[in-house]
Write a protein that binds this ligand. Structure first.
Ligand SMILES: Cc1cc2nc3c(=O)[nH]c(=O)nc-3n(C[C@H](O)[C@H](O)[C@H](O)COP(=O)(O)OP(=O)(O)OC[C@H]3O[C@@H](n4cnc5c(N)ncnc54)[C@H](O)[C@@H]3O)c2cc1C
Length: 460
């Protein structure tokens, strides 16, 4: 079905960035539609339970207040044409407008003069021995079950990885009545402090997240949950499902029993749609993936295409909101609207957040604390391609720094997820083998559809 309307603005993503942008374009009188795979707006940080659920004290913390205010405004704004439970599978530029191909509740085709991609980020999958055992999950998946379904993933649960989001998740599990066996972080306290030092003074202007991390650590101590810094995860074991987590600590390997494990070494920007339409991207530092390049007004390299939030680099919800406001103002001004916009104020707000963003990236950097994969470890879990098979293929293609060339030889990235899980790891491996920067490795060529489509939607 083709929506006959040509919208002034189509916003992909109903998280903080998309919502903040919509406020500006709606205020400017521009017809605006917002598309999101989730049934309700909120994005990852405010992932809402289904309307039929009544959840007492949902996302009640002080840090969530501005986000909840924005969400309430978005949901109450009748001018916004909301398309929930709908994925954008394709984006093309045709003449002076864009055509989006949608799948799901509002499936069909949609036309817009300007498009904002505010598609957020996703958990970085990390290959290590046993990571495909049932019970091993990303921290984001565990958190999503908690936020939107009020379900604790499995108990006892071990949280592991280099990202401080684990501290927040551990307290959320405790608040929900769950049992956390341990939080294992591979970096030492000393490394964390050294990494944070250059940014500490600037980050004091945005003390909220630092205080939240401190409060989370105190809460873990009170609950008797071991927070083990310098504990390096080695792998997962179990007969048909997760039974224990192995980790190296103080020169010895230890084992801890668990029914579930939540892994977080960072997040990857969603880049499939910007890449599909040909927008310029670069390797995201330090965690990896591809962030979309934009100017100070969030304009991408494609005229009429804007990006905001984690799509431009993982920087947190406050930065996403600030960037959404900037993008919304830019789209409205570029469309000729003359509302009293304050672009300079929005940009100053975004700039103030940078020291904390730098600090978080430095502290969470998995650089020298990656878990080690063995030759048998699967790198591509969709197609069952092991580390050894990938290494042999890279060796057979000397001088080739192209992820698609490796894909065509050994099928890595050809499965259902189309490389969302393994591409970042493959790019790192090619870069290491060639002795070059990951930015010099050509990523997979990204094509329609960005999401798997039901067959009846393909044949119409
Ligand atoms: C699982 C997870 C949990 C997180 N939890 C926290 C947390 O507790 N605290 C914190 O500070 N940060 C958290 N983050 C980081 C968080 O994403 C950001 O801080 C913030 O939500 C970013 O806002 P955003 O608007 O850029 O993107 P998001 O909030 O991620 O919103 C993007 C939206 O785009 C939609 N989308 C993506 N691709 C498509 C498509 N092709 N078609 C249609 N819709 C699409 C998604 O469904 C999503 O709702 C989490 C990230 C993830 C991935």
């Amino acid at each position: 079905m083709i929506d006959p309307a040509l919208f002034d603005i189509a916003i992909i993503g109903g998280g903080p960035a998309g919502q903040a942008a919509a406020q500006q374009t709606l205020a400017a009188g521009l017809s605006t539609t917002m598309i999101d795979e989730q049934a309700r707006p909120g994005g990852q940080i405010l992932r809402q339970p289904p309307p039929a659920f009544a959840v007492k004290g949902w996302m009640a913390g002080r840090l969530y207040r501005p986000l909840r205010r924005l969400l309430a405004q978005t949901e109450a704004d009748a001018r916004l044409k909301w398309r929930g439970a709908t994925s954008v599978a394709g984006i093309e530029r045709i003449g002076d407008h864009f055509r989006l191909t949608l799948s799901g509740t509002h499936g069909g085709t949609l036309l817009a003069r300007r498009v904002l991609i505010a598609a957020g980020c996703y958990d970085m999958p990390v290959a290590m021995p046993g990571w495909t055992l049932p019970g091993v999950m990303s921290a984001g998946a565990v958190q999503t079950m908690l936020k939107s379904q009020q379900v604790v993933a499995g108990q006892p649960i071990v949280l592991l990885g280099s990202h401080p989001l684990l501290l927040v998740l551990a307290t959320q599990i405790l608040d929900a009545g769950g049992e956390v066996a341990a939080v294992l972080m591979p970096q030492t306290y000393g490394r964390m402090v050294l990494a944070a030092l250059p940014y500490l003074a600037g980050a004091m202007f945005t003390p909220g997240p630092l205080m939240a991390a401190g409060a989370a650590m105190a809460r873990l101590r009170r609950a008797g949950v071991p927070l083990m810094m310098g504990a390096r995860p080695v792998g997962f074991t179990g007969d048909g499902r997760l039974e224990a987590v192995d980790y190296a600590w103080c020169g010895r390997t230890h084992r801890i029993a668990a029914q579930a494990a939540a892994v977080s070494y960072g997040f990857l920007p969603q880049s499939d749609l910007p890449r599909q339409v040909g927008a310029a991207v670069r390797w995201a530092r330090p965690a990896g993936g591809w962030e979309t390049i934009c100017d100070g007004a969030m304009r991408s390299s494609i005229p009429g295409l804007y990006v905001a939030g984690e799509t431009t680099g993982v920087a947190g919800a406050d930065a996403a909101m600030a960037e959404g406001t900037i993008a919304g103002i830019a789209m409205a001004m570029d469309a000729g609207a003359r509302a009293p916009f304050d672009m300079a104020r929005a940009q100053a707000r975004r700039a103030r957040l940078q020291p904390f963003i730098n600090l978080l990236r430095a502290v969470a950097d998995p650089g020298d604390v990656w878990p080690l994969a063995t030759p048998e470890t699967l790198l591509c879990r969709c197609e069952d391609i092991s580390v050894a098979q990938v290494a042999a293929t890279i060796d057979r293609l000397p001088a080739m720094a192209d992820a698609s060339a490796v894909k065509h030889r050994c099928r890595i990235g050809m499965g259902l997820c189309q490389g969302r899980s393994c591409e970042h790891a493959l790019v790192r491996r090619i870069a290491a083998a060639r002795g070059c920067d990951p930015d010099a490795v050509a990523p997979f060529r990204t094509r329609f559809p960005a999401r798997p489509l039901p067959f009846d939607e393909i044949i119409g």
